[in-house]
Design a protein around this ligand. Sequence first.
Ligand code: 13P
Ligand code: SF4
Length: 302
Amino acid sequence: MNTIIEEIKELKKEKNAVILAHCYQNAEIDKVADFVGDSLYLSQQAAKTTADTIIFAGVFFMAQTAKILNPDKKVLLPRTESGCLMADMVNLEQLREFKSKYPNLPTVCYINSTAEVKSECDICCTSSNAIKIVKSLNAPEVLFLPDTYLGKWVEGQLGNVKVTTYPGYCPTHLRIKPEDIIDARRKYPEAKVLAHPECAQTVTKLADYVGSTTGIMKFAVESDAKQFIIATEKGVVDRLQRDYPEKEFILIKSNIICQNMKWNTLEDIYNSLKYEQYEINVDKNIAQKAIKCIDKMLEVSK
Ligand code: 13P
Ligand code: SF4
């Protein structure tokens, strides 16, 4: 009898499908994924795929972005519950109100936002290119949404751009408190602390390195250190520990888990491929406007 992994691989071939998986997914998904990575890497893969169908093992905004980039392909999200709490913190009306308070400023949206929001922003970014994107605008002041913490971190890194932020945040990363870093350093004095910029600045300022999912993984792999405290979602620790067993990776605390990233099982991926569920569609008018802000990001990130 075929295992579910073999069956998924057969179906993938039959349907000319590609599976994109974010690093926060349950690690078993990697066994069938064609590409595993952070938001930027996955959107770059979505932009250049020749597959007919894209299965997005991630959250809704990621599948929506893939659909905007591929209007003629089928894009499937295996579980409809997979939303992003941060992306849902700003809708079009709230964006317009925010922009109206600061007229004529360029607006940068984090990729963790809806297609509607992207359709009225100038450029989007991910955590791995946010500094580069804001810099590319050559403006003394920009608006940034929805993540206030990422926006403020970028402002601190650049030093010469005022970043006015919308009050959105990632509930998962905000569970990490400065005391957690202080306690972990006491317990593991030799370890390096690596944090995601979605964390509060009171946390990132205590870290040895701050960067995106990919940035954190790269730092850990290239560092001579043997022990790392990881201040981001558990999926990053699971993959690092699996791939680099000679090093030790410690999740800052056990509840740094994004539930919405964890719904997918191999069975869901199988059902998604077999029954072509759940299809993501984006209104044409919205998609035509939103693609400009995504394309600009991809261009600057080349
Ligand atoms: P990156 O994939 O850009 O590191 O972002 C993390 C995240 O929260 C994805 O939703
Ligand atoms: Fe959204 Fe935070 Fe989950 Fe990323 S970790 S998908 S930002 S809720």
